[in-house]
Ligand binder design. Structure first.
Ligand code: ADP
Ligand code: MG
Length: 751
């Protein structure tokens, strides 16, 4: 009897919801309470410093020492009034989560007394001795330290009893070692490129900002059950586990009523999130059992990324209070849906216009169409980079796994806009338009409705879908930092808009108006980017064939996708726009590859450990029970000698199949079959583990980090399926009370 598992189940089913006090029924009473936002800045920082700060944020320029000191003083006062004792520079290293190193607000005054101190320089810059963050060889531990620098465009906040200051993280030699640094660069890049294009239509537009509204999917598992699954603890996903009799086939979980315990957890983390100024809007059940989603109202992309990372951390902490564990892994359970993080992305102007929202008139719709078509064109040109930007060991299980967007990047726009583009293509053409063409075009443009009806019922299988007033990049992994996808998207769109402007300006002259030039270039883009548009079912086999015919990439593995970051084309793009230097790109490539290798390595060790030390022993105990049973039956009935021959095991995955020899129907055949099957499967598992370990040893000799990742993917990972297959068969064969780990039916259905 496996007491550990049963204790965990008992604990899990006897839980009561934990109800926490909410500060008030009205969110507006406490929203942003723990953020050093505009209101707080105004109250705690002298007016002149306030002004200097805002100007620096708007223009993206450095903040002078005096201003920094005054802001720091205000921040400290506010923080101390709110019970804060420590402060930290909060940053997003390339590991994917956030990092912090806390320092106490303490110093000695000249006369030796202890005082609370926090200066402008402490606010502006720190040198965390963080030599073990991934740096892809840029920052050798002995060579130099990395440092963090304040990002004044994202407000400081209080988390627990710590004042957290959002920062970027750079190497001593100035290379970015985080996500925020390049993200901020792309925000400015896109601002410049998009504003310049906006000015064809509206000279009043001075700024364009990218917006992001993410939808975060996650699973919950009771803590007791979680703690009894080493694979969940160390790999974030189940490496073994047979499918339960009931999975998600009834689809009864989706939008169903939220279990009370889960509801209390949601209320609790939402309250904390509101205090931190996160505009969380929706919560609901997702498709798979015990899967949920949370989504905010969209925000400026830098803030949205910070909020997502902070929320993931917050949810993890709050869940533990409720004796739950949050799984952000892309594929925690085989056989049921995985989790993604839809990135809804658009561009907004300082005049309040959403550039991807159709307007009321033909003129505003030409502006809409300009941005719309340029995004499609950008995706067409750089689909591989987008694919690279969502590559991770976790997402590899999800993409193309017949439930999530395939690894092929394509764009869905809906039938109304497909019509619009088709008509536009017909009526516009290279060269001069006659006046009736122009009129017809304008008429069509004027007809694009403000609300795109068919987009409300859009194609859920597309990895990159236009959903009425924004594009939704659905292939992003649930555990990812959205920044990686946003850096890429911002860059390729900015690049495309700059090219567009170049072409339009070149065509514009005394006889061709800029509007005519715009129409000509758009015509060309609509034609040349048609291949990337796909309205059908992205999960279908036909699409795989069709995409291949169109010449679209279908990059299956993470290492292969990551390689796309360092192609000459990618390098040229990122270097030209000063987003990443060659060194930075190579470093990132290496870091991601190394993270991939390490994760597969951990999974490989874990699966071997679980199989060898728990599953095989359990199987053997059960086998012995069967053997004793057979012996007993024989003794009692004094049966004739039975041999193992005559036992047929109907499973093509087993190598030995014995022929019948007339003994079937005997009283012990069933037991003998099972004894035989257990031996076979145990043997296959052991054998595969040995081969896998050998493979690992061989690959670990390699120095080349990139090659290693490829080999781990191609040579180590395939053993997982093989081992799992036989382990899962044992799970449904042997005595339930001996099985060492909580089963899927417990993990997914105990709520
Ligand atoms: P759903 O996709 O579930 O139907 P919505 O269309 O309301 O829901 O929006 C989904 C997400 O898209 C939300 O997080 C929302 O904030 C975000 N979103 C809406 N408009 C924009 C925009 N202009 N830019 C970025 N995100 C947006
Ligand atoms: Mg959505």
């Amino acid at each position: 009897m496996n007491s550990h598992r049963f204790k965990a189940i008992e604990e899990a089913i006897s839980r009561e919801p934990i109800i926490t006090e909410q500060p008030s029924n009205r969110v507006s009473d406490f929203f942003g309470k723990n953020v050093f936002g505009a209101a707080q800045v105004q109250r705690y920082v002298p007016e002149s410093a306030c002004k200097a700060l805002n100007e620096a944020i708007d223009k993206g320029i450095t903040i002078d020492r005096k201003t920094a000191d005054e802001v720091a003083m205000g921040m400290k006062t506010w923080a101390l009034e709110n019970g804060v004792t420590h402060y930290t520079h909060w940053f997003q290293p390339l590991t994917g989560s956030s990092a912090e190193k806390h320092d106490v607000f303490m110093d000695f005054s000249p006369d030796g007394k202890v005082i609370e101190k926090f200066s402008g320089s402490q606010l502006a810059q720190q040198e965390p001795d963080a030599s073990s963050f991934p740096s892809g060889g840029i920052r050798n531990t002995f060579e130099a330290r990395g440092y963090t620098a304040w990002d004044p465009s994202s407000p400081a906040f209080i988390f627990g009893k710590t004042l957290c200051i959002p920062t970027i993280y750079l190497s001593y030699t100035g290379e970015a070692l985080d996500y925020k640094t390049p993200l901020l660069k792309t925000i400015h890049l896109l601002d410049r490129a998009a504003t310049a294009v906006c000015n064809y239509f509206d000279k009043n537009i001075k700024r364009v900002h990218a917006t992001l509204g993410w939808e975060q999917e996650y699973f919950l598992v009771d803590s007791a059950l979680y703690n009894a699954r080493p694979d969940l603890i160390y790999a974030g996903r189940t490496l073994l586990g047979a499918n339960p009799p009931k999975g998600q086939q009834l689809e009864d979980h989706y939008f169903g009523s939220i279990p009370e315990r889960v509801n209390e957890f949601m209320r609790d983390f939402e309250t904390e999130a509101y205090k931190l100024g996160m505009p969380l809007k929706t919560r609901h059940n997702e498709v798979a059992p015990h899967q949920y989603e949370v989504a905010p109202i969209f925000e400026e992309v830098n803030i949205a990324v910070d909020h997502n990372i902070l929320l993931m951390d917050l949810m993890d902490k709050v869940a533990r209070r409720h004796r739950l564990n949050v799984l952000f892994h892309e594929k925690p359970f085989a056989g049921i849906n995985g989790s993604g993080k839809h990135n809804n992305w658009s561009m907004g102007t300082d005049t309040g216009v959403n550039l991807l929202s159709p307007g009321k008139t033909a003129d505003t719709n030409l502006m809409f169409l300009t941005f719309f078509v340029n995004v499609i064109k950008a995706v067409h040109e750089y689909a591989d980079l987008l694919r690279a930007s969502i590559a991770s060991s976790g997402n590899e299980h999800r993409l193309g796994a017949n439930e999530a967007p395939p690894a092929i990047i394509s764009v869905f726009i809906g039938s109304q806009l497909t019509n619009t583009l088709d008509e536009f293509e017909k009526k516009s053409k290279p060269g001069k338009l006659n006046s009736s063409d122009k009129k017809a075009l304008k008429l069509d443009l004027g007809r694009i409705p403000e609300v795109l009806l068919d987009n409300t019922d859009r194609n859920r299988t597309s990895p990159f879908a236009f959903t009425g007033n924004k594009f939704e990049f659905r292939a992003v992994g649930s555990s990812a930092n959205c920044a990686q996808a946003m850096i890429t998207l911002n860059t390729i769109v900015a690049n495309q808009l700059a090219l567009f402007k170049g072409q339009v300006d070149k065509l514009t002259n005394t006889s061709t108006s800029s509007e005519e030039a715009i129409i000509q270039v758009l015509h060309e883009y609509i034609v040349s980017s048609k291949n990337i548009r796909f309205e059908g079912n992205n999960y279908s086999k036909e699409w795989l064939k069709e995409a291949e015919k169109r010449g679209l990439s279908n990059i299956q593995t993470t290492p292969a996708a990551l390689d796309k970051f360092v192609t000459p084309k990618a390098r040229q793009l990122f270097e030209n726009h000063h987003i990443f230097s060659k060194r930075e790109l190579e470093a990132r490539h290496e870091i991601q590859a190394e993270i991939y290798t390490k994760k597969i390595q951990i999974e490989s060790r874990m699966i071997a450990d679980m199989a060898l030390t728990q599953i095989i022993p359990a199987a053997i105990i059960y086998q012995n029970t069967l053997i004793n049973n057979v012996k007993g039956i024989k003794e009692i009935f004094n049966l004739r000698q039975n041999t193992l021959a005559g036992v047929e095991i109907k499973d093509s995955a087993l190598s030995v199949e014995l022929n019948e020899n007339g003994n079937s129907g005997s009283m012990i055949d069933a037991q003998l079959t099972m004894i035989k099957e257990i031996s076979e499967r145990v043997g296959i598992i052991r054998n595969n583990i040995e081969l896998m370990v050998e493979e690992r040893k061989r690959i670990n000799q390699l120095d080349d980090i990139i090659k290693k990742a490829h080999y781990y993917c191609e040579k180590v990972k395939p053993y997982f399926d093989e081992i799992r297959y036989h382990s899962d068969k044992l799970e449904i064969l042997i005595d339930d009370s001996l099985w060492p780990f909580p089963k899927y039916r417990e993990l997914l259905f105990v709520k």
